[in-house]
Ligand binder design. Sequence first.
Ligand code: ATP
Ligand code: MG
Length: 565
Amino acid sequence: MSIIRQMDSKLANMIAAGEVVDRPASIVKELLENSIDAKATIINVDVTEMGMKSIVVTDNGVGMDFLDAHLAFDRHATSKILDESDLGHIQTLGFRGEALAAISSVSKVTLKTRQKQNEGIQVIYHGGKFVSDGVATLNEGTVVEVTDLFYNTPARFKYIKSEVAERLAIIDIFDRIALAHPSIRFTLSVDGKITKRTFGTNDFYSLIDQIYGSKMTEHMTIFNHMIQKVKITGYLLSPQISRSRKKDISIFVNGRYIRNYRLIQAVIDGYHSYLMTGKYPIALIHLEMDPSLLDVNVHPQKYEVKFVNESILAYAIENAVKDALIQKIHPIPENLNTIQKAKQDIFTPIDLDFGESILAESIANDEKDSNHDQLPKLPDFDYVGVFSGTYILFQNQDALYLMDQHAAAERIRYEHYFDSLAHPNQSVKQLLFENELKLTTEDKTVIRENEAKFNKYGFYFNSNMDLTGLPVWLNESEIDIAIEAMISMLTEKHDIDLSILRDRLAKDISCKGAIKANQSLNMNEINGLVKKLRACKNPYTCPHGRPTVIKLTHYEIERMFKRVI
Ligand SMILES: Nc1ncnc2c1ncn2[C@@H]1O[C@H](COP(=O)(O)OP(=O)(O)OP(=O)(O)O)[C@@H](O)[C@H]1O
Ligand SMILES: [Mg+2]
């Protein structure tokens, strides 16, 4: 029995208009969504030459009959909605009846399909025009083969980015869809090689490990939360696996991957105190709600949805993430009593985390630098005490000074690394044992394809992309930060810009290993900190622009006490 119907023009006009197929990845998305809507439990995607040569999606879904296999290519022909009232409660991923028409208009499509009770059929369209139909041999399900993409629209071909960018975009959309459907077994093959595979076992640990790389789920936190009949489930990867980009925060609504700035920000805010500035987590948020509470007919590619109550949702997500992380990770002491107690219990010696010899060298270099004279030096002052476990107080006859110990340590470390990175292709130290990095499969692909650029900066890998050599200036504890910064620069800008890398790496590394707030320091350590800060080219701000030292003059204090006006 045929089920696809042509929409009437009124309903067709209500569908958000625009470009559905702009690159190979959007074809992969549309075909995967069709297979999911057809209730497939096994879906295979094969792409060749970044999808420009061919994209084949095979599913074991319900298939189509002879008439539907033809109707499917018509614009505004869908089996998923009947009239306008259906737009208010869409249960399927597709509903616009446009995807196959749009795909076939810019490529050559062969659709083979078979319903359980029928024999298999095949329909061929080229550039939106019917070519032929006939009988086909296949199991129950559908195979859509798209070849010669944009063969008839060379202008569109021009907008295709680099091969790596297109391949990553395909992998990215495959990942999101697979992460949204844990009970479906997905396989992605690129140029004949299996690149990604999930097992469809409903197990998020195995699913996330398959998508992001092994051991990613170590210390993962899972939460469930209900708010106003919306079920929120979160899979929060350890904050230690942070990224420089927000794109690994995925939001799903009723199995649909969506892009929603506000909800992504809510996740970031929930992670807030566990991540360095400019770092973002890997996290999945699944929302399940009545379809009438959202509008998916906002954007032609269906990435955006409108929620009835987005603010409440964002607030709930932020708090649920916070609560879940607090339960898993030991919280930073918040009130003074806890801090004082913690200080009596443990004494953590200062660790600037790089050898004294290197430090001495960096200070010596600083002192030679003539720019040094452009900023005023830190004044001489005497130590008074520590306030709130974080601010070291000093005084001289003019003023009281508060030094933020974390910001000061960050500045010192930043200048050290910034200088070291000025000549990043210095000697390489070989690792005795290969270092298995916490890398996703995409990360490894990016490294493999840019190995020469990594070599240039002193990073060497074996065939498994384990690290075998690293530049001498880098501590082994900071390898992950350095590699991650380089990968994100390569994915965003397709190259490593030394000046940006220098600043970014120096900032990330300096923050990570620096003395923390609430870390007890002894007198030697405080003196060392002041001495090293004095030696900095700019001792007054941390690399992120926050002050390292605040000065309250004698006059200002007197004015506060209303001794002077
Ligand atoms: N893999 C498939 N298995 C079974 N039926 C399919 C498959 N792919 C497409 N169809 C049928 O073809 C119709 C048209 O597909 P198409 O993707 O063009 O539109 P849609 O999915 O209804 O809406 P949208 O444009 O939002 O994707 C679908 O409504 C569905 O009935
Ligand atoms: Mg569709």
